[in-house]
Design a protein around this ligand. Sequence first.
Ligand SMILES: [Zn+2]
Ligand SMILES: [Zn+2]
Length: 84
Amino acid sequence: MAEKMCPSCHKALTLREKGYPMGSAFLKADRVHVDIYECPDCHGIRLYATEGDMVKCPKCGTLHSAKEACAICAMNAALDEEGK
Ligand SMILES: [Zn+2]
Ligand SMILES: [Zn+2]
């Protein structure tokens, strides 16, 4: 992965949080994961869509972070429980 640079200071950004889930599990399509970077100079925060570490759920085909369970399947399982 190429190093992320601060556009104003041209310093290499430090990774603060990887694969941070943005949005709600209920906004299926809008749920994205971002990497949060901070500039050591101006402390500006920049967000990038997470590269890698994404897996495709074999059941529903949703892309989600490899470090967490599929939110769509978890929600569907919960809804199935309620329907009984
Ligand atoms: Zn900066
Ligand atoms: Zn799924």
